[in-house]
Design a protein around this ligand. Structure first.
Ligand code: ATP
Length: 202
């Protein structure tokens, strides 16, 4: 089984590329979604995160309000680090379980999608890093309509992340997503075909 780590900046097209990879036959696991699950009441990170960041991050139902938490961590790198230190072991365990499950099922290509895969320097023993890239102004334009997301929010996320250049330096495959969805789909398909060649050769 080949394990691909799919990453990229906010709004760069990770989820869309992941969807295309799924259509081509890959199994996809969204680790950002798993991180959100871990923050829910009863989730593996809930108690520790509330203890670390205080009751001010809770909504009236006692759930962690991710936008409140985001306001704290995306403005302050040390706070983001503290959050990562709590969430990571929970995600690591989740990944380990999923990888074993996929191996048992005979999955050929597993995609682990995560925004902060490179920042965390933890790559879950992936065989290849695939990076989606889009220019900042394109991202801002595409995320304009995302509910609850101001331009300011997008900028603070962009500033809290690695730059595109830093991601590209660590990438095995770069998926350019500055053009149309059709171009993205074609780019993903072309890389999928090359990957199949590498699987046959290995
Ligand atoms: P996030 O980091 O927030 O999870 P992401 O990297 O997963 O974002 P997507 O959700 O795939 O990015 O894309 C962001 C938005 O841009 C979505 O609304 C998506 O439909 C749109 N989008 C992605 N690629 C293109 C494209 N090539 N042309 C037009 N819209 C696009």
């Amino acid at each position: 089984m080949k394990i691909l780590g799919l990453t990229g900046g906010i709004g760069s097209g990770k989820s869309t590329a992941a969807r295309f990879l799924k259509d081509l036959g890959a199994e996809v696991i969204d680790l950002d979604k798993a991180g959100h699950e871990a923050l829910k009441k009863g989730g593996g990170a809930y108690e520790k995160v509330v203890k670390e960041f205080g009751a001010g991050i809770l909504d009236d139902k006692g759930e962690i309000d991710r936008s409140r938490l985001g306001e704290i961590v995306f403005k302050d790198k040390t706070a983001l680090k503290r959050l990562t230190i709590i969430i990571h072991p929970v995600i690591d365990e989740f990944v380990e379980q999923k990888v074993s499950e996929c191996r048992r099922k005979g999955v050929k290509v597993l995609v682990l999608e995560a925004a902060a895969m490179l920042e965390s320097a933890k790559t879950w023993q992936v065989d290849e890093i695939w990076v989606t890239t889009a220019e900042e102004k394109t991202v801002l334009n595409r995320l304009k309509t995302r509910p609850g997301f101001s331009e300011q929010d997008v900028w603070s996320r962009i500033r809290s992340q690695l730059t595109n250049a830093a991601r590209i330096r660590q990438a095995d495959v770069v998926i350019d997503n500055n053009s149309t969805l059709e171009e993205l789909k074609a780019g993903v398909k072309a890389e999928w075909q090359k990957l199949r060649g590498r699987i046959i050769d290995s």
